[in-house]
Design a protein around this ligand. Structure first.
Ligand SMILES: Nc1nc2c(c(CN[C@H]3C=C[C@H](O)[C@@H]3O)cn2[C@@H]2O[C@H](COP(=O)(O)O)[C@@H](O)[C@H]2O)c(=O)[nH]1
Length: 340
């Protein structure tokens, strides 16, 4: 493969050539101060990942298998009609969006379905997957056939190349997050989230990077989650963080782009606006992460606190979920694809 830019360099290249999306340095500084405060007061850190009721609480192979399946299917949960969403009831609660997938996985495991075992999902039938992902509302999960294809593919690769467990992929990455991202995109085609922009191939790698980040957070940077270069992982360019960055004034959309989004169009992978929104969000979050680091390092209590683009991303994503109503009128770009 020709040397492809990393997601960080891709983000910078896209931001330097973007027409519809601008990064606002005052917004970067303000959100960095806000994040530094949150990190200093300890209200957000890598342990926050396990506080989510549906995420695994253990640091073992079972948790790793769970994370690999959830991140293989971690895409496209938005619904055409906000009042008619795909819902999974679990633990006495109604779960929507990304959490509906986690609820469905845990529901299957509770029913004795070995849904996180590649020996099972490598040859899972459409009927069986439909049962596992069944809805508790009228709305079914988007892209069921694509989910079937990427899940069977991931299972087959794990069985054929890595003796049936993602543990063996990690064992080969020599504790390098970048090596692991490369191994994921080389061996698992559904993770190849890249496109052409201004004559160059740009790599966004949203699901490959969030897979590494979820492992790092679940294992709290130890064991399977120990990476010497974890800070080189960027924000995960989905359709939610751009919404949060726009809300906080970290990025700004041109009048044309706002006009375009107001028509609620269905976009396609590689559309110029899609790449600009995702790429500028990556670069904006890198700038926020660097500024947050500068603020923490200037503070005797802050310099040994963990802060990187993953923590910033996780915080913004959780904030957006918790303040979905306030952000209701902030547009997000809509696309149906297997990448995010
Ligand atoms: N950038 C970024 N994108 C993320 C996540 C997560 C879940 N991670 C959580 C789990 C533990 C951590 O503490 C995180 O809170 C899902 N997504 C993406 O969002 C979209 C779903 O959104 P909605 O329709 O509103 O549920 C979809 O593209 C999905 O792929 C994240 O963290 N960052």
């Amino acid at each position: 493969m020709a040397t492809i830019m990393t997601p960080r360099d891709s983000g910078r290249f896209i931001a330097e050539n973007s027409k519809g999306v601008k990064i606002i340095s005052d917004g970067v500084r303000k959100i960095a101060e806000f994040m530094a405060q949150k990190i200093k007061e300890g209200s957000y850190n890598m342990q926050s990942w396990k506080e989510h009721e549906l995420n695994p609480k253990t640091m073992d192979k079972a948790a790793l298998d769970w994370i690999f399946v959830s991140d293989t299917l971690n895409f496209s949960f938005w619904s055409e009609d906000e009042n008619d969403k795909y819902v999974v009831n679990y633990g006495g609660k109604k779960h929507t969006g990304y959490w509906s997938l986690c609820a469905a996985i845990n529901r299957a495991l509770d029913e004795g379905i070995p849904f996180t075992d590649p020996h099972f999902y490598a040859t899972i039938t459409r009927d069986k997957l439909e049962h596992v992902l069944r809805s508790d509302s009228k709305q079914t999960i988007p892209l069921l056939d694509e989910r079937l294809q990427v899940l069977q593919e991931a299972g087959k690769v794990l069985l054929q190349k890595f003796d049936g467990s993602f543990v063996n992929v990690i064992r080969l990455c020599e504790k390098s997050a970048q090596t692991l991202v490369q191994m994921i995109v080389e061996n698992f085609p559904s993770y190849r989230d890249m496109t052409e922009f201004c004559g160059k191939t740009v790599a966004i790698y949203k699901r490959a990077q969030i897979l590494v980040a979820d492992i790092w957070a679940c294992f709290e940077g130890k064991g399977y989650g120990e990476f010497t270069d974890i800070d080189t992982i960027t924000m995960f360019a989905d359709y939610r963080i751009p919404q949060a960055l726009l809300y906080f004034g970290v990025i700004e959309y041109s009048d044309e782009l706002m006009e375009f989004l107001r028509k609620d169009p269905m976009m396609k992978t590689g559309d110029r606006y899609e790449v600009e929104i995702r790429g500028c969000s990556i670069w904006a979050t890198e700038l926020v992460s660097e500024e947050t680091r500068r603020i923490l390092d200037a503070d005797v209590d802050g310099r040994n606190l963990i802060s990187n683009s993953i923590i910033i991303d996780f915080y913004l994503w959780d904030y957006r979920r918790a303040h979905a109503d306030e952000m209701g009128n902030i547009p997000f770009h809509k696309i149906r694809c297997i990448y995010y």
